[in-house]
Design a protein around this ligand. Structure first.
Ligand code: HEC
Length: 102
């Protein structure tokens, strides 16, 4: 019953925010909590050393996050952050950022 209520609320959310699917909505919550501190919601400040994520290719973002997670791509900061992401988080976040207009 709880799960049902949860599903219904996710559906309502996705219908009410027309251009966002439920997964992009979940990605947005995570992005606002964690990623935006460095990457910004849309663009980082001009001088920040952090690459922008908005509007980037979804598969590219997923791949980069998986590589950071399994440490085939090295970055002290991103290896730590990606270590805490589930596959679902990665998919949600990539879907969220790819739909943002830069
Ligand atoms: C403490 C700062 C910080 C936070 C928080 C952070 N990042 Fe990063 N991120 C960086 C830095 C620095 C780089 C560049 C690392 C490198 O050289 O590979 C980077 C690189 C990336 C890249 C590769 C971009 C490219 O152009 O190849 C992706 C994708 C990414 N971050 C996603 C995320 C996501 C998603 C989150 C939230 C879950 C997040 N980051 C949180 C600092 C951060």
């Amino acid at each position: 019953m709880k799960l049902f209520a949860y599903t219904v609320s996710l559906l309502l959310i996705s219908f009410s925010s027309n251009s966002f699917s439920a997964s992009a909505f979940a990605g947005r919550a995570k992005a606002a909590q964690v990623c935006s501190q460095c990457h910004g919601i849309k663009n980082p400040s001009a001088e920040a050393p952090f690459p922008p994520l908005a509007g980037r290719d979804e598969l590219y973002l997923e791949k980069a996050l998986r590589q950071y997670r399994n440490k085939t791509r090295k970055s002290d900061i991103m290896n730590n952050i990606a270590a805490g992401l589930s596959n679902r988080d990665i998919n949600n976040i990539a879907e969220y950022y790819t739909r943002l207009k830069p």
